[in-house]
Design a protein around this ligand. Structure first.
Ligand SMILES: Nc1ccn([C@@H]2O[C@H](COP(=O)(O)OP(=O)(O)OP(=O)(O)O)[C@@H](O)[C@H]2O)c(=O)n1
Ligand SMILES: C[C@](O)(CO)[C@H](O)COP(=O)(O)O
Length: 281
């Protein structure tokens, strides 16, 4: 059991809405709990969390989003990171296609903020497809949407709020990013793994940024990008770039790193331990 499972916290169990095929054509929009009080006219902001990946690079085991960090599933950390922003009133979790019910139960069993609504929908074969499925479940009144990897469970709330602020100020797409520590080479990829790869170019490092999530969007722009761009790209802002629209960069955070390989789990647990120390627990 995770270190913070709370099977019967008031207000928690009904939030995560299952999207099992038995629930009909709009399963994700089942009996949503009404969100917390909204200022009349306030812009509604939702976060979509693609969590349907297998985590092949992390090695054998449960789907990556369900792996524990300090006893709590990575996905729960990521959901809490989005819900930590008071501006976010809905979180849509895109679950492994065969695991939506399990994800719903998982969210039911963990304490999540009362003011936020939660939906669970099944994902697709690629991250891009999963994000699109999450967007399809977004109720019409949401005007700003964040897309956040479940695999970046420790992003601080200040980073989330910085992204939101830049979208509110009018940017159609916003990415948090950090300068690179390593020099990057462009190579001619080898046909066989392990074969030498000739260097083609050395991009100027000062012009490069490592991009994180949450990425923030004007909802209509992101929906259009997902509907019209057919190339498979590795992040959502890349789709918006292909529409010819500007993408704004704001400062990322080193704790927003992506848990991709086994060593990243070690780092994530160390970050959590440091937070506990700093919080005096
Ligand atoms: N079909 C997919 C593939 C990925 N993702 C999500 O996209 C995020 C970033 O992807 P990545 O870190 O590459 O996760 P995996 O695809 O699980 O990792 P791997 O490539 O090692 O299998 C993750 O939160 C992952 O769950 C998703 O929702 N649907
Ligand atoms: C979206 C992303 O996290 C930005 O860095 C990244 O592109 C996801 O890549 P992945 O290969 O799906 O992990």
């Amino acid at each position: 059991m995770s270190d913070d499972s709370r099977p019967s916290l008031p207000g928690v169990p009904s939030q995560a809405l299952g999207s099992s095929p038995t629930l009909g054509s709009s399963p994700a929009l089942g009996p949503a709990r009404a969100g917390g009080p909204q200022r009349p006219g306030a812009t509604r902001i939702a976060a979509v969390i693609p969590a349907a990946g297998r985590g092949v690079r992390l090695g054998p085991g449960a789907p990556k989003a369900l792996r524990a960090l300090n006893g709590t599933p990575m996905l729960v950390h990521a959901v809490r990171a989005m819900a930590a922003s008071r501006a976010v009133s809905l979180v849509i979790v895109v679950a492994p296609p065969d695991g939506a019910a399990e994800v719903k139960s998982l969210l039911d069993a963990h304490a999540l903020p009362e003011r936020t609504d939660f939906l669970v929908v099944p994902g697709g074969d690629t991250r891009q497809e999963s994000v699109k499925l999450g967007l399809d479940a977004l109720p019409p009144e949401y005007e700003i949407v964040l897309v956040h990897d479940a695999a970046r469970p420790l992003v601080p709330v200040d980073t989330v709020d910085t992204v939101i602020e830049a979208v509110r100020e009018g940017a159609p797409a916003v990415v948090p990013a950090l300068p690179l520590a390593d020099t990057v080479k462009e190579v001619e990829p080898a046909d066989t793994p392990g074969e030498p790869e000739p260097v083609v170019a050395t991009p100027q490092r000062a012009r490069l940024r490592a991009v994180q999530t949450p990425q923030g969007f004007d909802r209509a722009t992101l929906a259009r990008a997902h509907e019209t761009v057919t190339d498979n790209v590795t992040d959502d802002a890349g789709l918006v770039e292909q529409l010819g629209l500007p993408v704004v960069v704001v400062p990322g955070h080193e704790e927003a790193f992506k848990v991709t390989r086994p060593l990243d789990l070690v780092l994530a647990e160390a970050v959590l331990a440091r937070r506990r120390l700093n919080d005096g627990f």
